[in-house]
Design a protein around this ligand. Structure first.
Ligand code: SF4
Ligand code: SF4
Length: 260
């Protein structure tokens, strides 16, 4: 998409909503910063349906997953405002009873009850966040199911945050750039008034690299692969172990699976 079209969509969205979450000066500045990481690169990793499998037993050893959030947030210029109310998170550790509320009961294994597990955008097959976005700043990618973000199209209405039942999206109430510890120049920064979330590391996949959190996890605690390939590791794990997903009753069809 050309920069001019992006500008048009953004202004059209603002007019339609009648509520400018971002100053127009910021909108114009962003339009000049279009980065298209979806351009084909050498030896990209491809799949018909990317999915993630997280081994809860291995996560009980916190060492196995303790570096995942940091690796992700460093790779993607995720700011740290030092304030839980403004927290921007792409992947984080969540208590079992919060992440899997419907699975919890008073007799559950103590180890599970007191443990935390990595949670992130589930790249739902039926993503409610996509349906509510007025500018198509978020969409499910046809070729591999990744729920993408175009930060330059986001007008900050935050409908997608309300639409996501997993709390997987964060909003930049302030300019995040001064709060990024060390800027990775190979990945775009965002600006005030923009929503962000995990993108299954689509930029790394396009360069032939596995997601940063998967790389940082030890002992294969997190595995990434093609759900449509019966020979893939994710399919093998889902065949051989019992798995659960977050809030499956909502019909969102999350594509992050947890091995019990
Ligand atoms: S987890 Fe939330 S943000 Fe991610 S695809 Fe599902 S509804 Fe959208
Ligand atoms: S897949 Fe990539 S963007 Fe998503 S949580 Fe893992 S490291 Fe972060």
């Amino acid at each position: 998409m050309s920069v001019d079209r992006r500008k048009f969509l953004k202004f059209a969205g603002l007019a339609a909503l009648g509520a400018a979450a971002k100053p127009l000066a910021v909108v114009a500045q962003e339009a000049e910063q279009v980065v298209d990481s979806s351009l084909p690169q050498e030896n990209p990793l491809t799949a018909k349906r990317w999915a993630m499998v997280i081994d809860m037993q291995k996560c009980l050893d916190h060492e196995n997953v303790k570096d995942c959030a940091q690796a992700c947030h460093e790779a993607h210029n995720v700011p740290d405002f030092g304030n839980p109310k403004e927290e921007i998170k792409w992947i984080w550790m969540e208590d079992f009873h919060k992440a899997f509320h419907e699975q919890n009961h008073e007799y559950i294994d103590e180890k599970l009850h007191h443990a935390k597990f990595p949670v992130l955008c589930n790249h739902c097959d039926n993503p409610p966040c996509v349906k509510v976005c007025p500018t198509q700043a978020t969409w499910k990618r046809e070729q591999d199911g990744i729920v993408m973000m175009d930060w330059h199209r986001c007008i900050g209405c935050r409908y997608c945050i309300v639409g996501c039942p997993y709390g997987s999206r964060s909003f930049n109430w302030r300019d995040p750039r001064p709060h990024i510890k060390k800027i990775n120049n190979e990945f775009p920064t965002r600006s005030r008034g923009v929503v962000e979330k995990c993108t299954f590391c689509e930029e790394r996949l396009s360069q032939g690299k596995i997601p940063a959190c998967v790389e940082a996890a030890k002992d294969d605690a997190i595995v990434f692969g093609d759900l449509e390939d019966p020979e893939s590791k994710v399919r093998e794990l889902l065949r051989s172990r019992f798995s659960i997903r977050r809030k499956p009753q909502l019909g969102t069809q999350p594509e992050v699976y947890y091995l019990v």
